[in-house]
Design a protein around this ligand. Structure first.
Ligand code: GSH
Length: 224
């Protein structure tokens, strides 16, 4: 039995959750709050003092991308071809700056200041907008439509789909879904992944009021 431990949000665990579901392996989704996180940290249960971690019979794996590669293999989402596998890895590693774009805003206690800084991130020239433009360029250059140009959907797509569109769920004050209306290439990519049969099935019980609404087909239609 595998246990994925994270906070009760999609965040850095969501791509892993999809891959675990698609892998058919037995696993448990374990949610902890801030206090639970502190306990794990103080007990030395977190290899890099952070979540998510995957607890396996052999030991604990940390770092969301490493866990994704591990479970993605079992889900058939790691390309067999070495070049394609390297391109998927390249894409995942290249997404680092997107994951970090909000990090400096989390420690800001005043909501007005947090909202102001986050809105600025997605205005022209902001760090968030630069990441969106880069990612849009990457997906538009793909010959197959999949993020890393692989023949089929790969772990890079799970990482991009959840990591990018999850930012616009409303969970992060100041980041609204209408930001994406100017990024038609990213919205086309959203449609490709959200309508992929395995992804569609995975989110089939999710409603519009769920935090995961951003992963549903047509989620951003008419939001401008
Ligand atoms: N590079 C790590 C980053 C993990 C990370 O930033 N985790 C955050 C939650 S998304 C965390 O554990 N924060 C708690 C803290 O640092 O106090 C990964 O991708 O797994």
């Amino acid at each position: 039995m595998l246990q994925l431990v994270y906070f009760p949000a999609p965040g850095r665990a969501e791509a892993i959750r999809i891959a675990l579901e698609l892998s058919g392996m037995e696993w448990e989704d374990v949610s902890v709050d801030g206090a639970g996180f502190q306990v794990m940290k103080e007990n030395g249960e977190l290899p890099w003092d952070m979540l998510p971690v995957l607890i396996t019979p052999e030991g604990t794996i940390a770092e969301s991308s490493a866990i994704l590669r591990f479970v993605g293999q079992a889900a058939g989402l790691v390309p067999d071809d070495p070049y394609q596998r390297a391109k998927a890895d390249e894409f995942i590693d290249g997404m680092g700056p997107l994951a970090q774009v909000l990090d400096p805003t989390f420690g800001i206690p005043e909501i007005e200041e947090r909202v102001r800084l986050r809105k600025a991130l997605f205005e022209p020239g902001g760090g968030g907008a630069r990441n969106l433009e880069l990612l849009q360029r990457k997906v538009s250059q793909s010959q197959t439509g999949w993020a890393a140009g692989t023949d089929d959907m790969s772990i890079a797509d799970l990482k991009l789909f959840t990591g990018l569109f999850g930012l616009f769920s409303g969970n992060y004050d100041g980041i609204e879904g209408d930001v994406l209306s100017g990024y038609t290439g990213l919205l086309e990519y959203h449609a490709l992944v959200a309508n992929e049969p395995r992804i569609r099935e995975h989110y089939s019980n999710v409603g519009q009021d769920d935090i995961r609404w951003t992963f549903l087909p047509g989620a951003f239609d008419g939001r401008n």
